[in-house]
Design a protein around this ligand. Structure first.
Ligand code: GDP
Ligand code: MG
Length: 371
C-alpha cells in the first residue's frame, strides 16, 4: 500500500511506505576463494532463509543469485576464484557483465550497490591474482568495495593481513575483520564478531535509496534498525505536527489518526523483516489502541497539545503517533529478538505475539495491570 496524501491543490504533501515487495532490493556481489566463508557470512548477516529457503538462481556458470520475496536484498555469489587462470578471468567477466547490465538497464535503482571480497584471515595467504582482481574492479567501476577478512580467529594475525593488503599491496580498500560464527579451539570458544561493522560500513557507502532495504534485510545490526524505525516515526510525526496528516481530530474519532498512520506501523515491521501485511498490522493496532486506551495514553503523555472541547490539535496527534509508534517499535523489537527465524516466518504467530507484546507495553505505559 502506498499512502499518498495530497493538499487541497493536489500537491503531494506526504508519502507513506510501500509494501515490502515494492521496496527496491540492495544488490551485493560477494566473492573470494572457495571455503573462505562466503556462505557462512551471508547466512549470518541475512539469515539462512535467504540461501536455503530462498532460490539460488544461476545467473552464469560461475555466479548464483540468492533472493527471496520480502527480503529486500539480492546476493550474487561467485564460485571458482581459486581455480585456474581461465576460471578467474571467467568470473571477472561474469561479474563485470552483471555490473554493466545493471548500469545499462532502464531501472536507475537496480545497480550493483556493493562488492564484498572475502579473504580467509586464517590462511594468511593473499595472492597476486587477488590483488589484481581487486585492482581491476576498483579502477573499472565506482562501486563501494570492501575486503572482508573472514575466520579471524586471531585478531593479531588478521591485523597483520590487513596491513599487508593496504600498505604492502597498496590497495585502496576498506578492510573489515570478521568471525561470522563462534569458533571452537582447545583453549576455548572464540566469540563471533564484526558482522555489525560490515553492515555499518556498507550502509555508510551505498546509495540512500537502498539504505533502508539493506537495513531491513540484515539481521545483525539492531542499532541501525532502531534508528531507521525512529526515522519512520519522525517522518509521520512531522507530517502530523504540521496538520498535514490529520487536521483536527475529535477524540471520539481518534481511530482515524491510526488509520492515517497505519503505513507507519507497517513500515516499522518491515524494517525488522516481519511479513505482516497492512491488514494484519491495522488489526493489531486498532485492537490494542482502543478509544479508552488512546485517551489514557494522551492523559499521561507530556506534550499533548491543546484540547479544545473534545478535539485535539495536530501537536496532540503528533505526540500520540510518536508514543504509539515507539511502543509498537518496542513490541516489534521484542518479537524479533525472542523468536527464531523459523518462528518469525509464521505470520499468524507473529501477529499473535505482536499483539501480546504491544498490549503489555501499552498497559505498562498507562500504569494498569495487563488483562
Ligand atoms: N567456526 C567458523 N567456521 C567458519 C566460519 N566461516 C567459515 N567457516 C567454515 O568454513 C567452511 C567453509 O565456509 P563456507 O561459508 O562454505 O565458504 P564459501 O565456500 O566461501 O561459501 C565451512 O565448514 C564453515 O563452517 C566462521 O566464521 N566460523
Ligand atoms: Mg559458498
Amino acid at each position: 500500500m502506498v499512502r499518498v496524501l495530497k493538499d487541497e491543490d493536489g500537491n503531494v504533501i506526504f508519502e507513506g511506505s510501500a509494501e515490502l515487495e515494492e521496496i527496491p532490493k540492495a544488490n551485493i556481489i560477494i566473492t573470494g576463494k572457495t571455503g573462505v566463508g562466503k556462505s557462512t557470512l551471508i547466512n549470518q548477516i541475512f539469515g539462512e532463509a535467504l540461501s536455503k529457503v530462498g532460490t539460488g538462481r544461476p545467473v552464469t556458470q560461475d555466479v548464483t543469485q540468492y533472493t527471496k520475496p520480502n527480503i529486500p536484498v539480492s546476493i550474487y555469489d561467485t564460485i571458482g576464484l581459486e581455480l585456474d587462470k581461465e576460471r578467474q578471468e571467467q568470473t571477472k567477466s561474469d561479474m563485470s557483465g552483471i555490473i554493466s547490465d545493471k548500469i545499462n538497464n532502464p531501472d536507475p535503482v537496480d545497480l550493483v550497490h556493493a562488492i564484498w571480497y572475502c579473504v580467509n584471515a586464517g590462511s594468511s595467504r593473499f595472492e597476486d591474482f587477488e590483488a589484481n582482481f581487486i585492482r581491476y574492479f576498483r579502477s573499472k567501476f565506482e562501486i563501494p568495495f570492501f575486503v572482508i577478512l573472514t575466520q579471524c580467529t586471531s585478531r593479531k594475525k588478521a591485523a597483520e593481513l590487513k596491513g599487508h593488503i593496504v600498505k604492502e599491496r597498496g590497495l585502496d580498500v576498506e578492510v573489515i575483520l570478521t568471525l561470522a560464527e563462534d569458533y571452537e579451539t582447545d583453549a576455548g570458544n572464540i566469540t563471533k564478531f564484526g558482522l555489525d561493522e560490515v553492515v555499518d560500513a556498507t550502509v555508510k557507502r551505498i546509495p540512500e535509496f537502498v539504505e533502508n532495504s539493506f537495513i531491513s534485510a540484515q539481521r545483525v545490526n539492531m542499532k541501525l534498525k532502531h534508528e531507521a524505525a525512529m526515522g519512520v516515526i519522525k517522518k509521520y510525526v512531522k507530517a502530523t505536527g504540521f496538520g498535514k496528516l490529520v487536521r483536527r481530530i475529535p477524540l471520539i474519532n481518534i481511530g482515524a489518526a491510526f488509520d492515517d498512520a497505519a503505513a507507519m506501523f507497517k513500515a516499522i515491521g518491515d524494517i525488522y523483516g516481519l511479513d505482516t501485511n497492512s491488514g494484519q498490522v491495522f488489526t493489531i493496532v486498532s485492537e490494542v489502541f482502543s478509544k479508552d486506551t488512546v485517551w489514557s495514553i494522551l492523559k499521561c503523555t507530556p506534550v499533548i497539545g491543546e484540547f479544545i472541547g473534545d478535539e485535539v490539535n495536530g501537536t496532540g496527534i503528533g505526540s500520540l503517533i510518536k508514543e504509539a509508534g515507539t511502543m509498537y517499535c518496542q513490541a516489534v523489537e521484542e518479537v524479533f529478538r525472542e523468536n527464531s527465524q523459523k518462528e518469525l516466518e509464521n505470520v499468524q504467530y507473529v501477529v499473535k505475539k505482536l499483539k501480546e507484546h504491544l498490549r503489555r507495553i501499552v498497559n505498562e505505559r498507562i500504569g494498569s495491570s495487563p488483562d
